[in-house]
Design a protein around this ligand. Structure first.
Ligand SMILES: *Cc1c(COP(=O)(O)O)cnc(C)c1O
Length: 497
């Protein structure tokens, strides 16, 4: 098989294979690595239908990670999608309230981030061996709540790697915070930022781009890499489950061969929906991609006007993992709809940095059509949870609820009856307070941790492994810093102070 190469969205200076793109995370010019060409599936959907999750994962990932040996890649997949997941199906599809939910939250940390972060550490270790990297890798991660824990869990006690996670101190749910600060593993570090997710993400991105600082880190025997969705090693594993969801419907005869479906994705950094877009480009029969935002509705405005404007108030919502004003992965989508115009992308990103706003040209605006954008308010999100529960005795989390609401709005506006999959991105157990509040206000008097038990009772299920006895675990991480102190903090942690 011919090797697939990757380049930056902002220039053509670098041309690397997947190993290097994975180890580096971000391109040297600050752009994101994209495949020179998005590979196509050549097997028929019928043939793919009989594959289990791991086999399908291998088939898709091999197309992107061409420089991995078959055995190596298979080993990574085998280790990633094992008993850590509470179901062998890995990503089951359920039909509730007239729509299909693709449940992506059965991994160890109860959010869809596990789908990619359970494999990224193995890919990264293999890649760094192949490249003869002689430095210890330091994973820097900014998290809006779920990436952090999934990355910590994936990298804990992995030899040759340290991981530092920055999270907005007051911007995550109680369960999310406890999951992170009780993380075990001597190579794990968790730091609360006095600021929001964008402050954390900006700080981390600046650290990656600071050549002098990187040199200093190198001299200390370290190199940085990223576990955020800017890393192509995280994006590619996410393509798999869109195929898997579709093939599941096909197998269950819910759809006909080649029948198009809609995919709804509750969106923050634009990584998950970008994976769906790549799946479509690879040959998955997709009609509309529906991008659902919360009240931080920058993407909704962008999709409807072609103007990206982050100059607005940052809102704390009940779907914190989507509280983002700068969606990094949009850059990869823009690159694609600009016909790979790196100069244009570079200009736009400079404008975003400098002025907080950019507008795309008309030719690109026309191509925004593949995506429908909508958003849900807090009230609409609660209502969505209540409605799905009343219709199907099924609980969805606050992020998935945003997607459900936006889907309903889309249907009302368009009368489109295409069968639809909603990416269900987190377990309701991660957001017990808001989910149960939507169902009945009798739950208000209980603590977040009591509510975990209450939710299990209501659903007649066990508490998921990942959060069982969470409040009894020892708090192991107490660091905090300001958004502009990230570099100093990294030095302190690496020097063991
Ligand atoms: C991260 C996250 C999202 C947003 O996904 P992006 O890939 O950043 O768009 C949505 N829901 C949940 C539960 C998440 O953890």
């Amino acid at each position: 098989m011919k090797d697939l190469f990757y380049k930056s969205t902002r220039s053509s200076d670098e041309r690397v294979k997947s190993c290097e793109a994975i180890v580096k995370g971000l391109a040297g010019d600050g752009g994101l690595f994209v495949p020179i060409e998005i590979p196509k599936i050549e097997k028929s959907l019928d043939e793919l239908m009989t594959m289990n999750y791991k086999d399908l994962a291998f088939y898709i990932m091999k197309k992107y990670f061409t420089d991995f040996d078959e055995c190596e890649l298979k080993e990574c997949i085998e280790k990633a999608y094992d008993e850590k997941f509470e179901t062998q199906l890995i990503a089951p599809v359920v039909e509730k309230a007239g729509v299909f939910f693709l449940e992506l939250y059965h991994g160890p940390t109860l959010a869809f981030k596990d789908m990619a972060l359970s494999i990224l550490p193995y890919l990264l270790i293999k890649a760094s061996k192949k490249l003869n990297v002689d430095k210890e890798i330091v994973i820097l991660t900014a998290t809006s709540g779920d990436t952090g824990k999934a990355a910590l869990e994936g990298f804990a006690d992995v030899e040759g790697v340290k991981i530092i996670v920055f999270y907005p101190q007051d911007g995550v749910s109680e369960v999310q915070r406890m999951q992170m600060i009780t993380q075990r593993g001597l190579n794990t570090f968790v730091v609360g930022i006095k600021g929001n997710f964008d402050d954390a993400q900006r700080g981390v991105k600046e650290t990656f781009a600071d050549r002098k600082f990187n040199k200093k880190i190198n001299d200390m025997g370290y190199m940085f890499s990223s576990a955020n969705s800017i890393n192509i090693g995280r994006l590619v594993p996410q393509i798999v489950y869109y195929f898997y969801g579709y093939l599941n419907l096909l197998k269950e005869k819910k759809i006909k061969d080649r029948e198009k479906i809609n995919i709804v994705v509750p969106t923050g950094n634009f990584g998950n929906i970008l994976a769906a877009y790549y799946a479509k480009k690879m040959g998955l029969p997709v009609n509309k991609l529906i991008c659902a935002s919360n009240e931080n509705n920058v993407l909704y405005d962008f999709i409807n006007t072609g103007i990206y404007d982050r100059r607005r108030e940052f809102k704390k919502t009940i779907s914190p993992s989507m509280d983002i004003l700068v969606s990094s992965n949009l850059e990869r989508f823009l690159y694609d709809i600009s016909d790979c115009d790196e100069k244009a992308i570079s200009d736009m990103m400079n404008k975003l940095n400098k002025y907080g706003i950019y507008e795309i040209p008309d030719e690109m605006k026309e191509k925004l059509d593949v995506i429908y954008g909508g958003y849900a308010t807090k009230y609409e999100t609660y209502n969505a949870i209540e409605e799905v529960y009343n219709r199907s005795d099924y609980l969805i989390d606050t992020h998935t609820a945003v997607a459900y609401f936006v889907y309903k709005k889309y249907k009302e506006e368009t009368n489109d009856n295409t069968k639809t999959i909603i990416a269900s991105t987190a377990s309701p157990f991660k957001f017990t307070r808001d989910v149960l509040k939507a169902v009945d206000n009798k739950y208000e008097k209980f603590s977040d941790f009591e509510l975990i038990e209450k939710m299990a009772e209501l659903l007649g299920t066990n508490v998921p492994k990942g959060i069982k006895d969470l409040n009894k675990r020892e708090i192991l991480h107490k660091y905090t810093c300001k958004g502009n102190e990230i570099k100093e903090t990294i030095l302190k942690l690496l020097e063991g102070k």
